[in-house]
Design a protein around this ligand. Structure first.
Ligand SMILES: [Zn+2]
Length: 71
């Protein structure tokens, strides 16, 4: 993986989060479970934390507001 940051979804509670790809795992801020980076449902990767946060807020905006409709 060439990009350092990963915008992904927690496989347990489906919270969107940003993970640093340098680490092997990420603790979900919502459910607190420790998830190996490999197990995250990656949405997009980013080169820096600013880009990652932007992608994260866009993904949240897309998901929020319109109800629990999943595509
Ligand atoms: Zn979670």
């Amino acid at each position: 993986m060439k990009d350092r940051y990963v915008v992904a979804e927690c496989p347990r509670c489906h919270t969107l989060l940003v993970a640093d790809a340098r680490y092997k795992s990420k603790t979900c801020p919502k459910c607190g479970s420790r998830i190996p980076i490999d197990s995250l449902k990656v949405i997009q990767t980013a080169r820096d934390s600013r880009e990652a946060r932007m992608i994260l807020s866009e993904a949240k905006a897309r998901r929020g507001g319109v109800g629990p409709k999943m595509i």
